[in-house]
Design a protein around this ligand. Structure first.
Ligand code: MN
Length: 227
């Protein structure tokens, strides 16, 4: 191999419940995957084809702190279940999709909603609203051997103790196997890819000092302070 002309970027990892580290390759995020959230964002909740955007691997952050980002005055929380893949491929059939899952975690898809809104209006990409530094607070990954494949159970977020978001994993419009299978038709999935599986209704703004407590039944909790 040719000599690297600059130092290699570090592989970004998420800690696992067993003390290991899961290396992240790509981060896919589905939009509008709970009907009530689609409605609150002004869309028809009918089963339109799924759509995805991406965050960057090193946007995932396990520090427990979320630095309020620049150039926004309307930063929203979106609690989401993370699906982490141990293998991948193309054109993965539905009935084989879950075989590729390593585990699950609780995460937040933090969003500069004002910038995302401008991008939507202008037909521009969403990265400026979605893929900024530390925009993906995440808890430890739990292997399938510990948590199974959670497809029902409460998903909820409190801010400063007050309930903001609440739903059930069984309300996902596109289920985890469907997301994996669909993505694999358009992209070659691989070990290290993670999918943020969408958020229930109740997204809202945070301010500095807020404490967000995210919980997914059967997977765990994640507490993050806005700083
Ligand atoms: Mn989201």
């Amino acid at each position: 191999m040719a000599t690297l002309v600059i130092p290699a970027p570090q592989v970004h990892t998420i800690p696992t419940s067993g003390g290991g580290a899961f290396p992240v390759r790509r981060v896919y995020c589905i939009g509008r995957n709970y009907a009530a959230h689609a409605v609150e964002m002004g869309h028809d909740p009918d089963r339109e084809p799924p759509f995805f955007f991406q965050k960057n691997p090193n946007n995932l952050d396990v520090s427990g702190e979320f630095p309020y980002p620049p150039h926004s005055t309307d930063v929203h929380h979106e609690i989401e279940l993370v699906v982490a893949l141990k293998s991948g491929g193309s054109n993965i059939p539905l009935d084989k999709a879950l075989d590729h899952v390593w585990g699950y975690a609780v995460s937040l898809d933090m969003t500069r909603r004002d910038l995302q809104g401008e991008a939507k209006k202008l037909g521009r990409p969403w990265e400026i609203g979605k893929a900024f530094e530390r925009s993906g607070p995440v808890g430890p990954l739990f292997p399938v051997s510990e948590v199974g494949h959670p497809d029902q159970g409460r998903i909820a977020l409190k801010v400063n103790g007050a309930l903001r978001q609440e739903g059930d994993l069984n309300q996902m419009i596109w289920k985890v196997p469907e997301m994996i299978s669909y993505l694999s038709e358009y992209f070659e999935l691989a070990a290290g890819d993670v999918i943020m599986s969408g958020t229930p209704s109740g997204v809202n703004a945070v301010v500095k000092g807020d404490v967000m407590e995210a919980a997914v039944e059967g997977v765990g909790t994640l507490t993050v302070k806005v700083v």
